[in-house]
Design a protein around this ligand. Structure first.
Ligand code: NI
Length: 202
């Protein structure tokens, strides 16, 4: 078990095209996935990609919350390791939601992404799996797999006024006041915001 250091926005490793994992059953890959899981538990995140722990490989680990299971088309384990994931995005509905990233501490931003997709990946046994995802899970998978292509969520934003400090969640607070559903961790930011009553008409 090891908690890894997380690369921060600006580090070149986060902007590279990560290499395919040659052998998903390699014990070194299982060890790296374990480290990524330990790191996620330590920092309290939902998902992490290998480039974020300074390994430029196509490997993602995420954990499934109750909210994500609701949205998933198939049942999955609480912890999922994706080796060499490939996403096929559906052209239909777009989802707009607030995102955070372990590599961009202190900020959150509003991002629009396709609302459903199909993903194929290998697990650590080398079995190929196909999964359909909608809603929050679909956007989480896009965020994590973007890391494998050197893309961070601000690079997907079309309105940079919606990139803000966690300590000043003005637009986020307005969204919540307007009835938008957000992750509990984002609700916590607004609950803790001293400026809330001064700026918001609720
Ligand atoms: Ni991220």
């Amino acid at each position: 078990m090891a908690i890894r250091e997380i690369a921060q926005m600006g580090n070149p490793i986060l902007y590279r095209n990560a290499a395919a994992v040659a052998d998903p059953t390699d014990p070194e890959i299982a060890r790296l996935a374990e480290d990524m899981k330990d790191t996620l538990i330590h920092v309290g995140g939902s998902g992490i990609a290998a480039p974020q722990v300074y390994e430029s490989l196509r490997l993602v680990v995420y954990r499934v919350s109750a909210r994500l299971i609701e949205d998933a088309a198939v049942e999955v384990d609480p912890w999922v390791v994706l080796v060499n994931p490939v996403l096929t995005l559906d052209a239909g509905e777009t989802l707009t939601g607030w995102e955070r990233c372990l590599s961009i501490p202190g900020l959150h931003g509003k991002v629009s992404r396709p609302g459903s997709l199909t993903m194929t990946y290998q697990n650590l046994q080398g079995t190929e799996i196909t999964l359909a995802a909608q809603g929050a899970l679909a956007t989480l998978l896009q965020h994590e797999c973007d890391h494998l292509d050197g893309v961070l969520y601000p690079m997907r934003m079309t309105d940079l006024s919606k990139l803000e400090f966690n300590a000043e969640p003005g637009h986020l607070a307005q969204d919540i006041a307007d009835g938008v559903k957000v992750w509990p961790v984002l609700q916590d930011l607004v609950d803790a915001w001293p400026g809330r009553s001064r700026w918001l008409d609720e």
